[in-house]
Design a protein around this ligand. Structure first.
Ligand code: SF4
Length: 306
């Protein structure tokens, strides 16, 4: 095994082809509504990382059902995980969260789990307890936008949370047995490669179960685009260079960590740079090729063992 792919993890766990079905429950986020800031994180566009097929103006149940239909037709998906993806999906009163999560989960008998994407500073113990209770019937994943463990990088990215917020959220979620997935962005400002790779070791040591790796990419109309045009930020223009970094990262994390994603994705319509980000397969293919050529595998250089 080169690395632990999420598709195989789900196949082993559910003995079926499992896909996430994304919904937009109409949440906002404290980085947009003025609570922490306005304008959002520097890399976030108005669409708030929403899947292109999602329409936030229709009820959750309908979003789930139409998403399931599309995933069945396109990929032969058999079981589903409701994915509360856009913006911060724990950012509402507790009773409202319970209602929304319940609506998504009850939409189809083929739903086996739920995945909640949010900021590390938006997971109170009460929210975690709600998610923990759902584990009696469902597989529950908590996706945290950690992005970096570097204070300077987080501040320049206008995240307005600290590395310690991420550590705190991960530890409390792990205490409740949730499947924790960290989102990391490679290439934020001038974060050095050893810092990026050490982030993977930190996630490993904290017991994080899975990871979604994104390359920094520039979406049209964002402040990041202005910085890019002025030559103030760089992105991995060469996919090979980024894939090499991903391989070194994989070599340094726990071998059992589930790899849910290796690159970011944006449609050609929205994307400014790097243009290869509109091809979802380019990095998985390159990573596989490089790993085979190097004879390497996930966790090869992970030194911390129980
Ligand atoms: S990335 Fe997340 S936290 Fe940042 S502005 Fe977008 S939705 Fe808000």
């Amino acid at each position: 095994m080169l690395y632990r792919k999420a598709s195989l993890f789900f196949r082993e766990k559910f003995n079926a082809k499992v896909y996430r079905v994304a919904v937009d429950a109409g949440f906002t986020c404290p980085n947009r509504d003025g609570t922490l800031a306005r304008g959002g994180c520097i890399f976030c566009d108005e669409e708030g990382a929403r899947a292109s097929y999602v329409n936030p103006h229709i009820p959750i149940r309908e979003q789930v059902l139409s998403g399931i239909e599309k995933l069945r037709e396109s990929y032969g998906a058999e079981k589903f995980i409701v994915y509360f993806q856009a913006y911060s999906n724990t950012y509402a009163p507790l009773e409202r969260l319970k209602e929304l999560y319940g609506e998504g989960l009850s939409a189809s008998k083929n739903i086996v789990g739920i995945s909640i994407s949010t900021r590390p500073d938006l997971v109170s113990n009460s929210v975690l307890d709600v998610l923990s209770e759902l584990q009696e019937k469902y597989f529950v994943m908590l996706e945290l936008g950690v992005q970096s463990f570097n204070y300077r990088v987080l501040r320049k990215s206008r995240r307005f949370h600290l590395p310690s917020d991420s550590i705190d959220a991960i530890l409390r979620a792990k205490k409740r047995g949730l499947h924790v997935i960290a989102h990391m962005i490679f290439g934020l400002f001038d974060e050095l490669e050893p810092e990026i790779i050490d982030g993977g070791r930190i996630l490993s040591l904290l017991g994080v179960d899975g990871i979604k790796i994104h390359n920094l990419y520039v979406v049209k109309g964002t402040d990041l685009e202005k910085l890019y045009e002025r030559g103030k930020i760089k992105v991995y223009e060469n996919p090979e260079e980024y894939a090499q970094l991903v391989v070194r990262f994989l070599e340094n994390i726990r071998p059992d960590m589930v790899i849910h994603r290796l690159q970011g994705f944006a449609s050609k319509r929205r994307l400014r740079a790097p243009l290869w980000t509109s091809d979802k397969h380019i990095i998985p293919n390159l990573v596989e090729k490089i790993m085979k050529e190097k004879g390497t595998f996930q966790g090869k250089f992970y030194r911390y063992r129980d």
